[in-house]
Design a protein around this ligand. Structure first.
Ligand SMILES: Cc1ncc(COP(=O)(O)O)c(C=O)c1O
Length: 369
């Protein structure tokens, strides 16, 4: 049987009755759109974070896009982010007509290098968009200081870091707004698409509610454009409510997998994930690094193990973003990483057997290099 980097099937088997009950609850409720389950999930997700407002939307990309729009970021504005991220972070910035500006990442944890941010600030900069990548928080203290000094907004991309903490504080509570994806692979994943934007600002929350619902304040009356239809689906919201109650367990299970990998691979020459001081990692991905990555992946195929690369192309090198004018070599750490990183299988219900097979296959392959 092929070992895959992610699968939901063993979790589904375990939680089958609850997931089916969630679907039945919505189907038999008589209300299929923006109703009790979306409202309930929004309240419970906000409460988990200790923030007053959560607005459920259709996916993480639109959670960022609507978040930026609600904060007033648009054409002519620059948004500082990273190129070592999932492309949708940058697609969302582009979608509101703003210009993405990239800084490089740190060589040890592959996250936004806050030390490079001040030099990237211009008089058009409106917003900092740190991405808590792979399950670990960006160093937020210097970013918050810079935002205060230069009067900038912060939108946190939390798509990969539900429940991660930084200096004891949950990600998503350290900026003006935060965007989440509930794509099935995520730490809190739905059984389809889903997303949410959280904020402490009630005016921003009000705008978010309009922006996801055709720009309407009340039914049939548009007060704001450009708007969207970006509703979170009622069934996905009910499933997410059930799974939110288990989020801390999922995180504990992910940490246990990470610990086993670390113990099984620490004496190899693979570079293992480094947890920055004061961070509590939730291991959305277990990203390792080796200069001969492509040889390793090729040889692992004979063991029937499929691993993933997150991400093989830095966003600034993609054809779709060529107009931004970044040349090869402009973000050296990001570019080098893209050729050397890969991710091991990681999900909460990953069996010990698969973890051990992955460890021993990797150890064997590394010996043959
Ligand atoms: C860091 C990051 N931002 C944004 C997104 C977009 O989320 P979605 O796929 O739900 O649109 C993702 C997920 O792919 C992501 O990993």
């Amino acid at each position: 049987m092929t070992i895959r980097v992610w699968s939901y099937l063993s979790e589904y088997e375990k939680e089958h009755a609850d997931i089916i009950d969630a679907v039945e609850t919505v189907f038999s409720s008589g209300k299929l759109m923006l109703s009790a389950s979306v409202r309930g999930f929004e309240e419970e997700f906000a409460a988990y974070h200790g923030v007053p407002h959560c607005v459920g939307v259709d996916n993480g990309t639109n959670a960022i896009k609507l978040g930026l729009q609600a904060l007033g970021v648009g054409p002519g504005d620059e948004v500082i982010t990273v190129s070592n991220t999932a492309a949708p972070t940058v697609v969302a910035i582009d979608a509101v007509g703003a210009t993405p500006v990239f800084v490089d990442v740190r060589a040890d944890d592959y996250l936004m290098d806050a030390e490079q941010v001040e030099a990237a600030i211009t008089d058009r900069t409106r917003c900092l968009l740190p991405v808590h990548l792979y399950g670990q928080a960006v160093d937020m203290r210097p970013l918050r200081e810079l935002a205060a000094k230069h009067n900038l907004l912060i939108l946190e991309d939390c798509a990969q870091a539900h429940g991660a903490r930084h200096h004891g504080t949950l990600v998503g509570t350290m900026g003006d707004a935060a965007a989440y994806s509930f794509y099935p692979t995520k730490v809190l994943g739905a059984y389809g698409d889903g997303g949410a934007t959280t904020t402490s600002d009630s005016e921003v929350a009000r705008k978010l509610r309009r922006l996801r619902y055709y720009g309407m304040e009340d039914r049939y009356y548009v007060v704001e454009v450009p708007a969207n239809n970006s509703r979170l689906d009622e069934v996905q919201a009910e499933i997410l409510r059930r799974k939110l109650g288990r989020l801390d367990e999922y995180i504990a299970d992910r940490r246990a997998v990470a610990q086993r990998y670390a113990e099984g691979l620490e004496d190899t020459d693979l570079e293992l994930p480094q947890v920055a001081e004061n961070n509590e990692h939730v291991y959305y991905l277990y990203v390792v690094r080796h200069p001969r990555r492509d040889d390793i992946l090729r040889r692992l195929r004979t063991y029937d193990i499929e691993l993933n690369i997150s991400y093989p192309w830095p966003v600034h090198t993609m054809t779709g973003f060529a107009h931004l004018g970044y040349r090869q070599g402009s973000l050296p750490v990001t570019e080098k990483l893209a050729g050397e990183i890969f991710s091991l299988p990681m999900y909460p219900s990953l069996s010990i057997d698969i973890q051990d097979k992955t460890i021993s296959a990797l150890r064997e392959v590394l010996k043959t290099l």
